[in-house]
Design a protein. Structure first.
Lengths: 478, 157
């Protein structure tokens, strides 16, 4: 479909539709205002929304969140659900290379007005020294070998907490209580194990970060209080995933499915959409390996939380309470109503966050009334959001996952130098600790959409509601 | 074998017989290369990949490494060589300062190439960009044209 021109038709408030034309099986639906629609010449995000609509077994629509941008295979910010009992497929590209990449937010026992630049600087120096990131610096947890890694792949954040890296309450505030059932370490290749062994407790690079933030504005005081947030509160936001292990698992399974497409008579417009029926040995093997990587990602964020807690205790003498931990690159088997009947669907969220509404039985008891926190990191120079799931979300209870890039890394480098960007941010009171100048410039706030607009459109489109806006005080960039 | 130095690599001002460049992609790294031979194209892309995030000018050389990559097609062979670079970086902490590729051979309907890397200790490299983690099949290409071979790849960073 690479030469097909994509025609968008207005279909409701902040809702656009791509009419289904063969080989699309369902329409595309994009939640955006005019400014948030992908517009750059050559940008293939909308074409990718249409391509995803060709997947066997896809139901309702191929969705794009307000932060949608050009990926490979799936767009980033894409949601697609396939009907498992009706030949629905699972596509590793619909999860992404960085399986269970996600966001964790912790709230500190200190307010912004209790901190001065010197104390923040001391805290950031400590985080800078202790949070592994960038190239070749290993991880915080030296596992004894592949056997222990298998235990971690089965146990996720719970395994980390059981071994002293956190407290039991942390698990109550993690999606799936920190461990996703059904992991199959036997489906994880030797190469993936080798890559994963040395990286537990590391950020990675590119758009991954650990940020110290403050609650700038509360939109919904009651929900914010249920989440454990109040105006002025200092927080820590961590964005990272399953590192080399997750990337290798995705690589391995995409390659295998790409070779076997003909066996299932599947034709695709993009090789990175390689897929296989969920209900098949290959589909189950991928989901088992994906689940193992998801557990690795949760353990990884658990270890980074421990490093942040140590730094806060040492520099400020305060603790950190987990607000929530949620993935935005994952496929899950969920029950949703389709055409009036409950169906088991494989819901792919590639750069999209699950957003459970108040009352959902999967919520922890203390969030049942409030709903699920939806964590939306913005940029190091603007803001991030905490939102909450809403009832009636047509995109299988999914919402945005960030601001969404508009500039390529190359274009970003042409807008600003890293040294200058650091100076500009520090002049605004944001302490910056980059892994490299160029990597910092590639992540300039100008490279992203307006996160305030993304949050507002996400709310107006009925996907999630704004609870709190957070602003950066200090940034450790990967 | 054709050996390409990976130190001080830059895109030539004009279109020379071989070279590489990055092209816009909003999230990740999209790179293209051209060369008189398929093997030369693969070497150029290794050059482009490493140069996108690591400056090896002062890196400590640790030795020569070899590997054989098997794939179903020439484009997949290209992806396989780049994946080898990412794998060795993650597992051994090594990055290639030079690479010798080829020749590509047919093998029972598959493609095979032997690659030799001159490796540096990644810990002694200067980080200058987002670190690559995987190679996607999206619009992956390595093919011959009237002016030699061209290739392109999208790399997850």
């Amino acid at each position: 479909m690479s030469e097909v021109e994509i025609a968008l038709v207005g279909a409701g408030r902040y809702r656009w539709r791509i009419e289904p034309r063969p080989p699309m099986r369902v329409p595309g639906v994009v939640f955006a205002n005019d400014a948030l629609l992908p517009q750059a010449a050559g940008d293939k995000a909308l074409e990718q929304v249409a391509n995803v609509a060709t997947l066997p077994g896809i139901v309702r629509a191929s969705y794009a969140m307000p932060d949608v941008h050009w990926g490979y295979g799936f767009p980033i910010g894409g949601v697609a659900a396939t009907d498992v009992e009706r030949g629905g497929v699972v596509s590793p590209g619909g999860v992404g290379f960085d399986i269970s990449c996600g966001v964790r937010l912790l709230a500190a026992g200190v307010s912004r007005d209790e901190l001065d630049p010197e104390r923040i600087g001391r805290l950031m120096d400590l985080l800078d020294r202790t949070v592994p990131r960038g190239l070749g610096r290993g991880g915080l947890w030296q596992l004894s070998g592949p056997e222990e890694l298998d235990e971690l792949l089965l146990g996720g954040a719970r395994y980390a907490v059981d071994h002293g890296h956190g407290v039991p309450r942390d698990l109550e505030r993690c999606e799936d209580r920190g461990v996703l059932a059904g992991a199959a370490p036997g489906e994880v290749s030797t190469r993936a194990v080798e890559r994963g062994l040395q990286q537990v407790g590391s950020l990675g690079s590119a758009n991954h970060f650990l940020e110290v933030q403050a609650v700038d504005r509360v939109h919904d005081a009651r929900t914010a209080a249920a989440f454990g947030l109040r105006p002025g509160q200092v927080c820590v936001m961590i964005h990272c995933g399953s590192r080399g292990l997750g990337h290798q698992i995705c690589t391995d399974h995409v390659r295998t499915m790409d070779r076997e497409l003909h066996r299932h008579g599947i034709e695709l417009p993009d090789r990175q959409l390689a897929c296989t029926p969920v209900d098949s040995p290959r589909g189950r093997a991928y989901l088992g390996a994906m689940t193992a990587a998801a557990n690795y990602g949760r353990a990884n964020r658990q270890l980074l939380s421990e490093a942040a807690r140590r730094a806060f205790a040492t520099a400020l003498g305060v603790g950190l309470e987990l607000v929530y931990d949620v993935s935005h690159n994952l496929a899950k088997l969920e029950t949703h109503e389709v055409d009036g009947e409950p169906r088991t669907l494989c819901v792919h969220r590639k750069g999209a966050t699950r957003a459970l509404p108040p009352g959902d039985p999967d919520l922890p008891a203390d969030l049942a009334e409030a709903g699920q926190p939806v964590l939306v990191p913005g940029t190091m120079g603007t803001a991030s959001y905490v939102m909450v799931g809403l009832p009636g979300n047509e995109a299988f209870r999914s919402a945005c996952h960030g601001a969404g890039r508009v500039l390529s890394r190359h274009q970003a480098l042409r807008t600003v130098r890293g040294e200058r960007l650091k100076g500009e941010l520090e002049a605004r009171g944001i302490a910056v600790r980059p892994a490299s100048w160029r990597a910092l410039a590639e992540e300039t706030p100008q490279a992203y959409k307006d996160v305030d607009a993304v949050a507002a459109v996400t709310e107006a489109a009925g996907l999630a509601r704004q609870v709190a806006r957070l602003v950066p005080l200090g940034v450790c960039k990967g | 074998m054709r050996e390409a130095s990976l130190v001080d690599g830059h895109e030539p001002a004009g279109r020379s017989a071989s070279g590489h460049r990055s092209v816009p992609h909003t999230a990740d790294l999209r790179i293209e290369a051209w060369a008189p031979t398929a093997e030369g194209c693969i070497g150029e892309l290794v050059h482009a990949l490493v140069g996108s995030f690591a400056d090896l000018a002062d890196a400590r050389i640790v030795g020569e490494r070899g590997c054989t990559v098997l794939a179903a097609s020439d484009p997949d062979l290209l992806a396989g060589v780049l994946e080898e670079v990412v794998y060795r970086m993650d597992v051994d902490g090594e990055l290639p300062v030079a690479v010798a590729v080829g020749p590509i051979e047919g093998l029972d309907g598959a493609r095979r190439v032997t690659v030799r890397f001159r490796m540096a200790d990644a810990a002694t490299a200067a980080l200058v960009g987002a670190v690559p983690k995987a190679v996607s099949l999206h619009d992956l290409d390595l093919s011959a044209g009237p002016d030699g071979w061209t290739c392109r790849v999208t790399v997850d960073v």
